[in-house]
Design a protein around this ligand. Structure first.
Ligand code: GAR
Length: 219
């Protein structure tokens, strides 16, 4: 049966686009994006979704007096689509424990760093300021603690000596577009799941490339 994804976004939507393409080409097998929900009406990703015929909704966090009330409304909206997986794709809101626990094991996020390094914001500028040689992106199951959930897949990219945050962000973003579809396919196929706070891979692991810190993107 076709698996249903609900994507939560706040902005540009390039990860949404790569996930949509992966659903259309079968890289993510037997899955469709049931809805895209944004907390910002002006998010460019909404127009991209509409152009592809995907239902979109907006729940603006500024319309709610508290984080808890916003998350309750968001949860009701998401649940209407009965998703197999809720996918944070550049959703720039911290979620309450109640929301996260409701979807535990069915809620994934992509973060632009090699977690546990650089949780939070401004990861590319912080990586350059720290002088690290490698930076990257991580797909992880979401747990209540911010950017601390068990990692499913990571991709590493080199930090060049003449990088500025924008150049480094572009290199990391290309890696994000490689790994998010692979991670979603692994979770939806049942190859990988969250059990007792850890990522468990089925035996035999379908491909070592699904668990390695890969791909290294150098351009
Ligand atoms: C991506 O770089 C994603 O990793 C990041 O927001 C960007 C969204 O881009 N997410 C976070 O920082 C979450 N903490 P996109 O809208 O083009 O997919």
């Amino acid at each position: 049966m076709t698996k249903k994804l609900v994507l939560l976004i706040s902005g540009r939507g390039s990860n949404l686009q790569s996930i949509l393409r992966a659903c259309q080409t079968g890289q993510i097998a037997d899955a469709e994006i049931a809805a895209v929900i944004s907390n910002r009406a002006e998010a460019p990703g909404l127009m991209m979704a509409q152009a592809a015929g995907i239902p979109t909704e907006v729940t603006d966090h500024r319309d709610f007096p508290s984080r808890a009330e916003f998350d309750t409304a968001l949860q009701q909206q998401v649940d209407r689509y009965a998703p197999d997986l809720v996918v944070l794709a550049g959703f720039m809101r911290q979620l309450t424990d109640t929301f996260v626990e409701h979807y535990l094991g069915r809620l994934v996020n992509i973060h632009p760093s090699l977690l546990p390094a650089f949780p939070g914001l401004h990861t590319h500028a912080r990586a350059i300021a720290q002088g690290v040689c490698w930076h990257g992106a991580s797909v992880h199951f979401v747990i209540p603690e911010l950017d601390a959930g068990p990692v499913i897949i990571q991709a590493a990219v080199p930090v060049h000596t003449d990088d500025d945050p924008a150049r480094l962000a572009a290199r990391v973003l290309a890696a994000e577009h490689e790994i998010y579809p692979r991670a979603l396919n692994a979770v939806l196929s049942g190859w990988c799941s969250l059990k007792e706070g850890r990522v468990i891979w089925s035996t035999p692991v379908p491909s070592c490339a699904d668990t390695a810190i890969n791909p290294v993107i150098t351009r």
